[in-house]
Design a binder for this molecule. Structure first.
Ligand SMILES: Nc1ncnc2c1ncn2[C@@H]1O[C@H](COP(=O)(O)OP(=O)(O)OP(=O)(O)O)[C@@H](O)[C@H]1O
Ligand SMILES: [Mg+2]
Ligand SMILES: [Zn+2]
Length: 329
Protein backbone atom coordinates (compact mmCIF):
# COMPACT_ATOMS: atom_id res chain seq x y z
CA UNK A 1 0.00 0.00 0.00
CA UNK A 2 1.28 3.45 -0.81
CA UNK A 3 0.90 6.75 0.97
CA UNK A 4 -2.04 9.09 0.96
CA UNK A 5 -1.73 11.99 -1.49
CA UNK A 6 -2.00 14.36 1.44
CA UNK A 7 1.50 13.28 2.48
CA UNK A 8 2.84 13.96 -1.02
CA UNK A 9 1.35 17.44 -0.86
CA UNK A 10 2.96 18.01 2.49
CA UNK A 11 6.31 16.76 1.19
CA UNK A 12 6.05 19.08 -1.78
CA UNK A 13 5.42 22.04 0.49
CA UNK A 14 8.37 20.95 2.62
CA UNK A 15 10.70 20.88 -0.41
CA UNK A 16 9.48 24.29 -1.56
CA UNK A 17 10.12 25.60 1.92
CA UNK A 18 13.67 24.25 1.75
CA UNK A 19 14.21 26.05 -1.55
CA UNK A 20 12.85 29.28 -0.11
CA UNK A 21 14.98 28.97 3.04
CA UNK A 22 18.10 28.31 1.04
CA UNK A 23 17.49 31.30 -1.23
CA UNK A 24 16.96 33.45 1.83
CA UNK A 25 20.28 32.28 3.27
CA UNK A 26 22.01 32.98 -0.04
CA UNK A 27 20.39 36.40 -0.25
CA UNK A 28 21.62 37.30 3.24
CA UNK A 29 25.12 36.05 2.44
CA UNK A 30 25.17 38.12 -0.73
CA UNK A 31 23.95 41.29 0.95
CA UNK A 32 26.45 40.99 3.79
CA UNK A 33 29.37 40.16 1.54
CA UNK A 34 28.56 42.86 -1.01
CA UNK A 35 28.16 45.50 1.67
CA UNK A 36 31.58 44.70 3.02
CA UNK A 37 33.20 44.19 -0.39
CA UNK A 38 31.46 46.27 -3.12
CA UNK A 39 33.67 44.73 -5.83
CA UNK A 40 31.64 41.53 -5.34
CA UNK A 41 28.50 43.38 -6.38
CA UNK A 42 30.23 44.74 -9.48
CA UNK A 43 31.35 41.26 -10.43
CA UNK A 44 27.87 39.85 -9.92
CA UNK A 45 26.38 42.50 -12.19
CA UNK A 46 29.01 41.86 -14.84
CA UNK A 47 28.30 38.12 -14.72
CA UNK A 48 24.57 38.56 -14.99
CA UNK A 49 25.20 40.99 -17.86
CA UNK A 50 27.12 38.38 -19.86
CA UNK A 51 24.57 35.69 -18.97
CA UNK A 52 21.79 37.95 -20.26
CA UNK A 53 23.67 38.60 -23.48
CA UNK A 54 24.30 34.86 -23.89
CA UNK A 55 20.63 34.08 -23.62
CA UNK A 56 19.70 36.86 -26.03
CA UNK A 57 22.27 35.64 -28.51
CA UNK A 58 21.08 32.04 -28.38
CA UNK A 59 17.52 33.23 -28.97
CA UNK A 60 18.67 35.46 -31.84
CA UNK A 61 19.81 32.77 -34.33
CA UNK A 62 20.45 35.29 -37.11
CA UNK A 63 23.77 34.97 -38.91
CA UNK A 64 26.76 33.16 -37.54
CA UNK A 65 26.60 33.56 -33.78
CA UNK A 66 29.30 30.99 -33.01
CA UNK A 67 32.28 33.38 -32.67
CA UNK A 68 30.29 35.88 -30.60
CA UNK A 69 28.97 32.99 -28.48
CA UNK A 70 32.48 31.69 -27.81
CA UNK A 71 33.67 35.16 -26.83
CA UNK A 72 30.80 35.70 -24.43
CA UNK A 73 31.19 32.27 -22.92
CA UNK A 74 34.89 32.90 -22.34
CA UNK A 75 34.10 36.26 -20.79
CA UNK A 76 31.47 34.72 -18.54
CA UNK A 77 33.80 31.96 -17.34
CA UNK A 78 36.61 34.44 -16.71
CA UNK A 79 34.30 36.59 -14.61
CA UNK A 80 33.15 33.57 -12.61
CA UNK A 81 36.79 32.67 -11.97
CA UNK A 82 37.44 36.20 -10.89
CA UNK A 83 34.46 36.08 -8.53
CA UNK A 84 35.82 32.91 -6.92
CA UNK A 85 39.30 34.28 -6.43
CA UNK A 86 37.90 37.56 -5.10
CA UNK A 87 35.75 35.68 -2.61
CA UNK A 88 38.79 33.78 -1.37
CA UNK A 89 40.78 37.01 -1.13
CA UNK A 90 37.96 38.50 0.97
CA UNK A 91 38.15 35.54 3.34
CA UNK A 92 35.16 33.50 2.07
CA UNK A 93 35.06 29.98 0.65
CA UNK A 94 35.11 30.14 -3.16
CA UNK A 95 31.59 28.67 -3.46
CA UNK A 96 30.17 31.05 -0.85
CA UNK A 97 27.75 32.68 -3.28
CA UNK A 98 26.81 29.52 -5.21
CA UNK A 99 23.23 28.31 -4.98
CA UNK A 100 22.60 26.32 -1.79
CA UNK A 101 20.88 22.93 -2.05
CA UNK A 102 19.64 20.79 0.85
CA UNK A 103 19.74 17.83 -1.51
CA UNK A 104 22.65 17.72 -3.90
CA UNK A 105 21.09 14.88 -5.90
CA UNK A 106 17.99 16.72 -7.10
CA UNK A 107 19.04 20.31 -6.28
CA UNK A 108 15.85 20.61 -4.24
CA UNK A 109 13.55 19.95 -7.15
CA UNK A 110 12.40 16.66 -5.60
CA UNK A 111 13.01 14.91 -8.89
CA UNK A 112 16.10 13.14 -10.16
CA UNK A 113 16.39 11.06 -13.33
CA UNK A 114 12.70 11.57 -13.95
CA UNK A 115 11.76 9.91 -10.66
CA UNK A 116 10.90 11.19 -7.21
CA UNK A 117 14.17 11.82 -5.40
CA UNK A 118 14.96 9.95 -2.17
CA UNK A 119 14.77 13.27 -0.28
CA UNK A 120 11.18 13.64 -1.45
CA UNK A 121 10.27 10.13 -0.33
CA UNK A 122 11.91 10.84 3.05
CA UNK A 123 9.68 13.90 3.38
CA UNK A 124 6.60 11.80 2.51
CA UNK A 125 7.53 9.24 5.17
CA UNK A 126 8.15 12.00 7.69
CA UNK A 127 4.73 13.51 7.00
CA UNK A 128 3.08 10.12 7.49
CA UNK A 129 4.92 9.37 10.72
CA UNK A 130 4.16 12.86 12.05
CA UNK A 131 0.53 11.97 11.63
CA UNK A 132 0.97 8.70 13.54
CA UNK A 133 2.81 10.56 16.30
CA UNK A 134 0.42 13.49 16.43
CA UNK A 135 -1.56 11.95 19.28
CA UNK A 136 1.53 11.14 21.33
CA UNK A 137 3.09 13.27 24.04
CA UNK A 138 6.48 13.09 22.31
CA UNK A 139 7.72 16.45 23.44
CA UNK A 140 6.56 16.32 27.02
CA UNK A 141 9.28 14.21 28.60
CA UNK A 142 13.00 14.64 28.69
CA UNK A 143 15.97 13.23 30.56
CA UNK A 144 16.30 16.54 32.39
CA UNK A 145 12.82 16.18 33.84
CA UNK A 146 13.62 12.73 35.21
CA UNK A 147 14.05 13.04 38.98
CA UNK A 148 15.80 10.19 40.78
CA UNK A 149 14.77 11.43 44.22
CA UNK A 150 11.36 9.85 43.67
CA UNK A 151 12.99 6.47 44.23
CA UNK A 152 13.79 5.24 47.73
CA UNK A 153 17.45 5.25 48.72
CA UNK A 154 17.20 3.60 52.13
CA UNK A 155 15.82 0.07 51.83
CA UNK A 156 17.25 -2.61 49.57
CA UNK A 157 14.70 -3.98 47.08
CA UNK A 158 14.15 -7.65 46.33
CA UNK A 159 16.76 -7.23 43.61
CA UNK A 160 19.39 -6.27 46.20
CA UNK A 161 20.24 -2.62 45.58
CA UNK A 162 17.98 0.29 46.54
CA UNK A 163 15.34 1.49 44.10
CA UNK A 164 17.34 4.69 43.57
CA UNK A 165 20.48 2.75 42.61
CA UNK A 166 18.59 0.52 40.19
CA UNK A 167 16.71 3.42 38.63
CA UNK A 168 19.89 5.44 38.33
CA UNK A 169 21.36 2.58 36.33
CA UNK A 170 18.26 2.42 34.14
CA UNK A 171 18.35 6.16 33.62
CA UNK A 172 22.02 6.07 32.59
CA UNK A 173 21.39 3.12 30.30
CA UNK A 174 18.59 5.00 28.51
CA UNK A 175 20.63 8.17 28.26
CA UNK A 176 23.60 6.37 26.79
CA UNK A 177 21.33 4.42 24.47
CA UNK A 178 19.90 7.68 23.13
CA UNK A 179 23.25 9.43 22.85
CA UNK A 180 24.91 6.49 21.05
CA UNK A 181 21.91 5.78 18.82
CA UNK A 182 22.87 4.47 15.39
CA UNK A 183 21.70 1.82 12.96
CA UNK A 184 21.77 -1.11 13.23
CA UNK A 185 21.12 -1.02 16.95
CA UNK A 186 19.89 -3.15 19.82
CA UNK A 187 16.42 -3.17 21.35
CA UNK A 188 15.17 -2.56 24.88
CA UNK A 189 12.38 -4.12 26.90
CA UNK A 190 11.41 -1.94 29.87
CA UNK A 191 9.32 -3.71 32.40
CA UNK A 192 7.92 -2.91 35.80
CA UNK A 193 4.77 -1.84 37.57
CA UNK A 194 2.73 1.21 36.78
CA UNK A 195 3.99 4.79 37.23
CA UNK A 196 7.70 4.04 37.46
CA UNK A 197 8.92 6.06 34.48
CA UNK A 198 8.95 3.61 31.56
CA UNK A 199 6.99 5.87 29.26
CA UNK A 200 8.88 8.90 30.51
CA UNK A 201 12.31 7.43 29.74
CA UNK A 202 11.29 5.95 26.40
CA UNK A 203 9.89 9.30 25.28
CA UNK A 204 13.13 10.92 26.44
CA UNK A 205 15.04 8.52 24.20
CA UNK A 206 12.61 9.16 21.34
CA UNK A 207 13.10 12.90 21.42
CA UNK A 208 16.91 12.66 21.39
CA UNK A 209 16.78 10.18 18.52
CA UNK A 210 14.34 12.39 16.58
CA UNK A 211 16.64 15.32 17.17
CA UNK A 212 19.44 13.32 15.54
CA UNK A 213 17.29 13.09 12.42
CA UNK A 214 16.11 9.48 12.66
CA UNK A 215 12.49 8.53 12.11
CA UNK A 216 10.69 7.52 15.28
CA UNK A 217 7.21 6.19 15.84
CA UNK A 218 5.78 6.14 19.32
CA UNK A 219 2.47 4.54 20.16
CA UNK A 220 0.74 2.35 22.68
CA UNK A 221 0.20 -1.30 21.75
CA UNK A 222 -3.60 -1.07 22.13
CA UNK A 223 -3.76 1.93 19.80
CA UNK A 224 -1.28 0.73 17.19
CA UNK A 225 -2.67 -2.82 17.04
CA UNK A 226 -6.19 -1.46 16.65
CA UNK A 227 -5.08 0.70 13.73
CA UNK A 228 -3.40 -2.24 12.05
CA UNK A 229 -6.51 -4.31 12.49
CA UNK A 230 -8.74 -1.60 11.05
CA UNK A 231 -6.48 -1.16 8.05
CA UNK A 232 -6.22 -4.92 7.56
CA UNK A 233 -9.97 -5.29 7.41
CA UNK A 234 -10.30 -2.32 5.14
CA UNK A 235 -11.96 0.09 7.53
CA UNK A 236 -9.18 2.64 7.57
CA UNK A 237 -9.82 6.13 6.34
CA UNK A 238 -6.40 7.68 6.79
CA UNK A 239 -4.42 6.19 3.91
CA UNK A 240 -1.57 5.17 6.20
CA UNK A 241 -0.08 1.70 6.18
CA UNK A 242 0.62 1.50 9.89
CA UNK A 243 2.04 -2.02 9.86
CA UNK A 244 4.50 -1.13 7.11
CA UNK A 245 5.53 2.05 8.89
CA UNK A 246 6.05 0.31 12.23
CA UNK A 247 8.26 -2.21 10.47
CA UNK A 248 10.33 0.38 8.66
CA UNK A 249 10.75 3.27 11.06
CA UNK A 250 14.28 3.70 12.43
CA UNK A 251 13.06 3.48 16.02
CA UNK A 252 9.75 2.07 17.19
CA UNK A 253 8.55 2.68 20.74
CA UNK A 254 5.77 0.24 21.50
CA UNK A 255 4.31 1.33 24.81
CA UNK A 256 1.96 -0.57 27.13
CA UNK A 257 2.45 -3.98 25.59
CA UNK A 258 0.01 -6.35 27.28
CA UNK A 259 -2.64 -3.67 27.82
CA UNK A 260 -4.30 -4.52 24.52
CA UNK A 261 -7.26 -6.80 24.18
CA UNK A 262 -6.09 -10.43 23.80
CA UNK A 263 -6.35 -11.55 20.20
CA UNK A 264 -4.59 -13.90 17.84
CA UNK A 265 -4.54 -11.20 15.21
CA UNK A 266 -2.64 -8.85 17.53
CA UNK A 267 -0.14 -11.56 18.46
CA UNK A 268 0.58 -12.26 14.82
CA UNK A 269 0.84 -8.54 13.98
CA UNK A 270 3.25 -8.13 16.88
CA UNK A 271 5.27 -11.10 15.71
CA UNK A 272 5.52 -9.68 12.19
CA UNK A 273 6.64 -6.30 13.45
CA UNK A 274 9.24 -7.70 15.82
CA UNK A 275 10.56 -10.32 13.46
CA UNK A 276 10.86 -8.00 10.45
CA UNK A 277 12.49 -5.28 12.51
CA UNK A 278 14.97 -7.66 14.07
CA UNK A 279 15.82 -9.18 10.70
CA UNK A 280 16.77 -5.70 9.51
CA UNK A 281 18.50 -4.95 12.85
CA UNK A 282 16.16 -2.04 13.53
CA UNK A 283 15.77 -1.21 17.22
CA UNK A 284 12.50 -1.40 19.13
CA UNK A 285 11.71 -0.19 22.64
CA UNK A 286 8.93 -2.13 24.29
CA UNK A 287 7.32 -1.20 27.61
CA UNK A 288 5.21 -3.59 29.60
CA UNK A 289 3.78 -4.30 33.04
CA UNK A 290 3.98 -8.03 32.34
CA UNK A 291 6.59 -10.43 33.73
CA UNK A 292 8.74 -12.37 31.28
CA UNK A 293 6.79 -15.54 32.06
CA UNK A 294 3.52 -13.74 31.33
CA UNK A 295 4.91 -12.41 28.06
CA UNK A 296 5.86 -15.92 27.02
CA UNK A 297 2.45 -17.28 27.98
CA UNK A 298 0.60 -14.56 26.12
CA UNK A 299 2.72 -14.15 22.98
CA UNK A 300 4.35 -17.55 22.68
CA UNK A 301 7.86 -18.85 22.41
CA UNK A 302 8.73 -17.32 19.05
CA UNK A 303 8.15 -13.82 20.39
CA UNK A 304 9.66 -14.39 23.81
CA UNK A 305 12.82 -15.84 22.33
CA UNK A 306 13.19 -12.69 20.25
CA UNK A 307 12.55 -10.54 23.30
CA UNK A 308 15.18 -12.46 25.28
CA UNK A 309 17.95 -10.91 23.17
CA UNK A 310 16.98 -7.37 24.19
CA UNK A 311 18.38 -5.25 27.02
CA UNK A 312 15.90 -5.65 29.86
CA UNK A 313 15.97 -2.95 32.54
CA UNK A 314 13.54 -3.56 35.40
CA UNK A 315 11.77 -0.52 36.82
CA UNK A 316 11.27 -0.50 40.58
CA UNK A 317 10.00 1.82 43.28
CA UNK A 318 6.66 3.35 44.19
CA UNK A 319 4.22 4.85 41.71
CA UNK A 320 5.69 8.25 40.80
CA UNK A 321 2.27 9.50 39.68
CA UNK A 322 1.11 9.24 43.29
CA UNK A 323 4.37 10.58 44.76
CA UNK A 324 4.23 13.59 42.45
CA UNK A 325 0.71 14.37 43.48
CA UNK A 326 1.70 14.24 47.16
CA UNK A 327 4.71 16.48 46.60
CA UNK A 328 2.53 19.08 44.96
CA UNK A 329 0.02 19.19 47.80
N1 LIG B 1 11.69 9.80 37.82
C1 LIG B 1 10.72 10.63 37.43
N2 LIG B 1 10.89 11.96 37.53
C2 LIG B 1 9.89 12.79 37.16
N3 LIG B 1 8.70 12.39 36.70
C3 LIG B 1 8.49 11.07 36.58
C4 LIG B 1 9.48 10.13 36.92
N4 LIG B 1 8.99 8.88 36.70
C5 LIG B 1 7.75 9.06 36.24
N5 LIG B 1 7.43 10.36 36.17
C6 LIG B 1 6.18 10.94 35.74
O1 LIG B 1 5.15 10.18 36.36
C7 LIG B 1 4.13 9.85 35.43
C8 LIG B 1 4.08 8.34 35.24
O2 LIG B 1 5.31 7.89 34.64
P1 LIG B 1 5.31 6.97 33.34
O3 LIG B 1 4.13 7.30 32.52
O4 LIG B 1 6.62 7.08 32.71
O5 LIG B 1 5.13 5.56 34.04
P2 LIG B 1 5.09 4.12 33.35
O6 LIG B 1 6.18 3.32 33.99
O7 LIG B 1 5.10 4.26 31.90
O8 LIG B 1 3.68 3.60 33.89
P3 LIG B 1 2.62 2.63 33.15
O9 LIG B 1 3.15 1.24 33.34
O10 LIG B 1 1.37 2.85 33.90
O11 LIG B 1 2.54 3.02 31.73
C9 LIG B 1 4.48 10.60 34.17
O12 LIG B 1 3.81 11.84 34.20
C10 LIG B 1 5.96 10.82 34.26
O13 LIG B 1 6.38 11.98 33.58
MG1 LIG C 1 3.65 3.99 30.46
ZN1 LIG D 1 16.63 15.21 -3.57
Amino acid sequence: MGFDSRFYDKAEREIKERQANNSRILETRRNDAETKFPELALLRRAISGTSGKLIALIADRSGDIKPRLDDLERENLALQDKLRSTLVRCGYPEDYLDPIYSCKICRDTGISDGRLCSCFMEAVKKAASDELNSSSPLKLCGFDEFDLTYYDDTEPTSLGATARKIMEKNYLLCRKYAEDFHLPYESILMRGRTGLGKTHLSLSIASVVLEKGYSVIYGSAPDLFRRIEKEHFGNADNGVDTLDMLIKTDLLVLDDLGAEFESKFYVSAFYNILNDRMNSSLPTIINTNLELSELEKRYGERISSRISTMKKPIFVGSDVRILKERRHK
